[in-house]
Design a protein around this ligand. Structure first.
Ligand code: WQD
Length: 351
């Protein structure tokens, strides 16, 4: 249960804070006046992001940022963090997140994503810290029966181990809040985060061949890949290609700051969809990115990707009405900012 605190009085542990969504959230937290402690093992992130964050927020705010390189599953390291910092809230991003990889490596995904969560909440409990925001995903809705998806839409069968880890971690946190009413849990179900900070200093930097559409399109635009492979054009959608609710990563990051303010002094478990409420197709994304980068991007139509759903998009009424949060950036800005990041950092952080 969190005592009412102002941002400057609040120390937030951000696991996975050097990652794509984590780093953008750290920027918003620092600019919002919070103390931030990042724990990240850098298995899917670069330490360079820390300097980039400092460049964005400036010296005073960067003074409020600490970084510990550690695996969240390492209980000794976690205990050292809680011994060293007065952690009030936790935002839990750390976890493997490649859908395709999770199908090939289920043991690693269940072991890492669920194992690090258990270590984290067990350590939190030991130090009397019971306020957590979890980075969940619309993937827990599976293949929707009806759209738009609300927080009351049923959680369905996931199509990959990555999705199941999000599904199961939600359940672990809900059960924890049921067992101990002092817990204060917020589950944020992201739709499809894309884009980058307007500075172009931080952005998405996937290792190897990107699983997700946007980083792949951006790499085609910058000349690292030949063409976009469109996974199916025979879906029941206006142009036959998959439809998703893409949300600007900075809007998503701001949603975490809104959730921190909303959960101040509360207990229980609350779920929020973080999306835009608008569905966009693969071909529409390619067209928008072509306009952002100033040239037509080549693509080929391929077979459907196993596990893909036809369409999903969010109803975000609850986040707007309870937290006063809503996304403000559209597809054009998402592509513009993604292109700005990619064109200035063709090799990402270069590691
Ligand atoms: C989007 C659309 C593809 C790649 C997953 C997770 C979600 C979140 C984001 C991690 C689909 C099509 C894709 C490509 C394509 N997790 N596509 N060619 O699968 O909706 O969501 O990633 O950050 O939790 O479930 O995202 O970007 O992979 O796919 O045609 O090279 O683009 O078929 O229609 P997805 P995605």
């Amino acid at each position: 249960m969190s005592l009412e605190k102002t941002p400057s009085e609040t120390c937030v542990l951000v696991t996975g804070g050097a990652g794509f969504i984590g780093s953008h959230t750290v920027v918003e937290l620092l600019e919002g006046g919070y103390q931030v402690v990042i724990v990240d093992d850098l298995s899917n992130a670069s330490e360079k992001v820390l300097d980039r964050i400092a460049q964005i927020v400036g010296d005073e705010a960067a003074e409020r940022m600490s970084f510990i390189r550690a695996d969240v599953a390492d209980r000794d390291a976690l205990e050292a963090v809680f011994e060293s910092f007065p952690i009030d809230r936790v935002i839990h991003f750390a976890g493997f997140k490649a859908v395709g990889e999770s199908v090939a490596k289920p043991i690693e995904y269940y072991g890492n994503n669920i194992g690090n969560t258990i270590a984290l909440i067990d350590t939190m409990r030991a130090y009397g810290c019971k306020d957590i925001i979890f980075s969940s995903s619309a993937t827990v809705y599976g293949d929707p029966d009806a759209l738009p998806l609300t927080e009351q839409s049923p959680k369905k069968f996931c199509t990959n181990p990555y999705g199941w880890t999000k599904w199961m971690i939600e359940q672990i946190l809900m059960d924890t809040a049921t067992a101990d009413p002092e817990w204060n849990v917020v589950l944020l179900r992201y739709f499809n985060p894309i884009g980058a900070h307007e500075s172009g200093l931080i952005g998405e930097d996937p290792k190897g061949i990107p699983n997700n559409l946007l980083p792949y399109v951006a790499q085609v635009a910058v000349g690292k890949r030949d063409c976009v492979h469109v996974f199916g054009n025979d879906y029941d959608t206006p142009d036959g290609t998959g439809v998703r609710d893409y949300i600007h990563v900075v809007d998503l990051a701001a949603g975490h700051v809104s959730a921190l303010a909303w959960m101040n002094g509360r207990t229980g478990c609350e779920i929020f969809n973080l999306g835009t409420g608008t569905g966009t197709s693969v071909l529409e994304i390619i067209k928008a990115f072509s306009e952002a980068c100033g040239r037509e991007l080549p693509y080929v139509i391929e077979a459907r990707r196993p596990g893909d759903v036809t369409a999903n998009w969010a109803d975000c009424t609850k986040a707007r009405e309870l937290m006063g949060w809503e996304a403000t950036r559209g597809i054009a800005e998402m592509c513009r900012d993604s292109w700005n990041w990619q064109s200035h950092n063709p090799d990402g952080y270069g590691e």
